[in-house]
Design a protein around this ligand. Structure first.
Ligand code: ZN
Length: 478
């Protein structure tokens, strides 16, 4: 054979082979469906938020995520970082919220799930509460609104496919916040009723089979000189060692007919506070290590735990973290009262304790938005923020500061969408770098949201057919 012929034959072979492999690749692509950057399309209402938390936990190579799905029921998915395999979403319980089509406010949003994994690898969620109702019995720590707080546990360790709802917590809770300590003790923090209720925690030393009675730590109380009650919004999280840290703001819960403010009851919140619960000694202390009498009253909060007095502007959603020395940094959203029951756009304010005083950061360059913070040292802090750029592009990004919060620089963009209405979770517990936060993106014209799991490499992708939960006719979850 001539060299020319051999060359031609070799070329032909290469061509055929490459065609075949292309064909194979194309077939695989079709069979698998297209990859999309969301993991489910059945997030519902404000599917995740900072307050009910954690919404996700990383454990033994897998990230577990809980969110509010159709009819306000809790859903759980998991992602295996080694095999790249997604499981779920599985419905993990049935909420009493979200079932009444005649309700004036269509979506309640208070019963979003918080998730935790115990020492025996069972997965827990707490969900469905907004204060309970008189039919659930007498609420000795507050008032009623709706829903029923519930606790569900996976039937098998690390298996999200089947769940059992236990009857072992009171029905009156809302804004569940779950914490596991290093010794395996579980703490469930929540408000024990509607606005006019104490905030409590319940401790479990047997992996959530039983919980001790609720213990109040923030006291609701009738005011003497104004037609209103003291009310609170804490955000509770792990500190160092045996510590649990709390950032909180104050709600003046005015009566509907109110002489001081003709608007009656409004979602008016002020000030920023911080305190620490040592779970070993059972003692609560302020940042100066002074003991606090529990449950904390407004008077004692003002005297001992104030980070910043914010009497005129309105506040929303405190968050906190500590550095390796135990020195806290806290943030809260702050914006003007613009009347007619509403407050204006809010900006995140950042404060850090330097051992003697709370220093307010200049927050230069940080855009308006809502998010969670991660403190690495007294000077090094990151904020995971949902914000909107000038040309109406919604963005989830990480903003880093190396000067204790005085200046921030956007160092990583996780997700960008034109005209996106994003909701964002608190940071995932013990997060894998590829899965730090959970985000819901509102779908135009519906109450559903596409759900994203975001980390340092952007969204974790999924087969489009698997992620299309709402269109899956075989799926009985909807
Ligand atoms: Zn109120």
């Amino acid at each position: 054979m001539s060299k020319k012929l051999i060359f031609s034959l070799v070329c032909l072979c290469v061509l055929i082979c490459s065609c075949n492999s292309k064909k194979k690749a194309a077939l695989t692509e079709v069979n698998k469906g297209t990859q999309v950057d969301y993991f489910a399309d059945n997030g519902y209402g404000n599917a995740v938020a900072i307050v009910q938390h954690p919404s996700g936990v990383y454990h033994k190579g897998i990230t577990y995520v809980a969110y509010q799905g159709p009819l306000e029921d809790p859903y759980v998915v998991s992602y295996n970082h080694n095999t790249k395999e997604w499981k779920g979403p599985f419905k993990a319980g049935v909420s009493e919220l979200g079932k009444d089509p005649n309700r004036k406010k269509k979506i309640d949003n208070h019963g979003k799930p918080a998730i935790l994994i115990d020492e025996e690898d069972y997965i827990h969620i707490a969900f469905g509460g907004h204060g309970g109702m008189p039919k659930h019995g007498k609420n000795r720590l507050g008032n009623y609104h709706g829903g029923k707080n519930q606790h569900a546990i996976s039937k098998k360790p690390l298996d999200i496919s089947s769940w059992e709802t236990l009857d072992n917590i009171p029905p009156f809770g809302t804004y569940n916040q779950f914490i596991k300590m290093d010794n395996g003790d579980l703490y469930l923090f929540y408000r024990h009723g509607a606005h006019r209720s104490d905030w409590v925690y319940q401790k479990s030393t047997d992996n959530g089979v039983t919980f001790a009675e609720p213990v109040s730590f923030l006291k609701h109380k009738r005011l003497q000189h104004i037609e209103a009650e003291d009310s609170w919004y804490p955000w509770v999280s792990r500190g160092n060692g045996d510590d649990i840290i709390v950032a909180f703001d104050y709600h003046i819960c005015r009566d509907n007919k109110n002489a001081q403010d003709k608007r009656g009851h409004i979602p008016e919140r002020h000030h920023l506070y911080y305190m620490v619960f040592n779970t070993k000694t059972g003692q609560w202390k302020n940042v100066k290590n002074e003991l606090l009498d529990m449950p904390l009253t407004k008077e004692m909060a003002d005297e001992k735990t104030l980070v910043k007095e914010i009497p005129h502007d309105w506040t929303f959603q405190g968050i906190a973290d500590v550095d390796p020395d135990g020195k806290p940094q806290v943030c809260v959203l702050v914006g003007p009262d613009i009347g007619a029951k509403r407050s204006g756009p809010k900006r995140l304010q950042h404060f850090r304790w330097n051992g003697q005083a709370w220093l307010q950061s200049k927050n230069a360059n940080l855009p308006r938005g809502n998010g969670d913070l991660e403190v690495k040292s007294a000077t090094e802090v990151s904020i995971y923020l949902e914000s909107e750029t000038n040309n109406e592009v919604g963005e989830i990004a990480k903003w880093d500061s190396f000067d204790g919060g005085d200046t921030f620089k956007k160092n990583k963009i996780f997700l960008q969408r034109k005209n996106a209405g994003f909701v964002i979770s608190a940071l995932i517990d013990n997060p894998h770098p590829d899965a730090r936060i959970i985000v819901g993106e509102k779908e135009d014209g519906t109450d559903f949201r596409k759900m994203y799991l975001l980390g340092d490499n952007g969204p974790i992708k999924r087969d489009g057919k698997e992620a299309s939960v709402l269109n899956d006719k075989n799926n009985k979850l909807n």
